[in-house]
Write a protein that binds this ligand. Structure first.
Ligand code: SAM
Length: 246
């Protein structure tokens, strides 16, 4: 019997590592370390937001030993079998009182916040738990990425006993990029998982970071140290707290 369940959350965790097979997480982790070591020491308290199956954390934890990884999805976090410190939580409502020297997030995770209120909540939360000299670094996907690669994001494959198909569509009007995953298990059961991402305007990030009481130290073309712009596909923000006046 073929069932067709619609779930709007995290069934994609079943095939996530297969879907990301081509992604060079080693290089991506090195890039995060190269950025952060300019600002924080090796004994920094580090927090990863939206860590997924902890591909980056596996590597970062070799460099920064004091690391906590978080994600909204329990199933994503538990696909990873290592003994990292994991906390399942929403990046817009962080359950921490302690402060961190380095907070980071990778691979368009911030684009999962679908409106400005949620994005601002993220920045307020980061501001609350970031040390005065700490940094928050994260990447976001911009409209050029959605327009250039919408069709080539369609993909299919097999992983861990499942076959999957991903269809990608971008709605220019509401700036929502949708990825629809159809995941079929070995008995023919089909799960549909819909992922929506908001492609905010470039300036929105600067406006809301400023509103939250922080500032953009650098905005780079992701994977490089060149300046990013509204025409970049993906940019990497490095953010700090505003200095308190005496
Ligand atoms: C594209 S994946 C990236 C995962 C990981 N950072 C990586 O590089 O592979 C996006 C992740 O964001 C998580 N996520 C989405 N909304 C979230 C939220 N509000 N708070 C925390 N995590 C969230 C999802 O569960 C998913 O694991």
């Amino acid at each position: 019997m073929v069932k067709n369940k619609v779930k709007l959350n995290d069934s994609v965790s079943l095939i996530y590592d297969g879907l990301m097979q081509e992604v060079d997480y080693s290089e991506w982790s090195s890039y995060i370390i190269d950025i952060s070591k300019e600002y924080v020491n090796w004994d920094a308290g580090v927090l990863e937001l939206a860590a997924g199956t902890c591909k980056i954390a596996n590597k970062i934890s070799k460099f920064y030993h004091n690391l906590i990884v978080t994600d909204l999805s329990f199933s994503m976090l538990t696909r990873n079998k290592s003994n990292l410190n994991k906390v399942c939580c929403d990046m817009t409502r962080l359950p921490f009182d302690q402060k961190f020297d380095l907070i980071y997030s990778t691979f368009d995770s911030v684009n999962y916040l679908l409106n400005k209120r949620k994005l601002l909540n993220l920045f307020y939360e980061v501001k609350r738990i970031l040390h005065a000299n700490g940094i928050f670094t994260f990447d976001v996907s911009l409209e050029k990425n959605s327009l250039d690669f919408e069709k080539s994001f369609n993909s299919e494959g097999n992983y861990d006993g499942y076959s999957f198909y991903r269809k990608s569509r971008y709605n220019k009007k509401n700036r929502i990029h949708i990825n629809i995953f159809k995941i079929t298990d070995k008995n023919g059961n089909i799960i549909t998982d819909v992922h929506k991402q908001k492609i905010f305007k470039f300036d929105t990030y600067f406006d809301l970071i400023d509103k939250a009481g922080m500032y953009v130290v650098e905005c780079l073309e992701t994977f490089t140290f060149n300046n990013g712009s509204e025409n970049s596909e993906r940019v990497q923000f490095i953010v700090k707290l505003n200095k308190k006046r005496c």
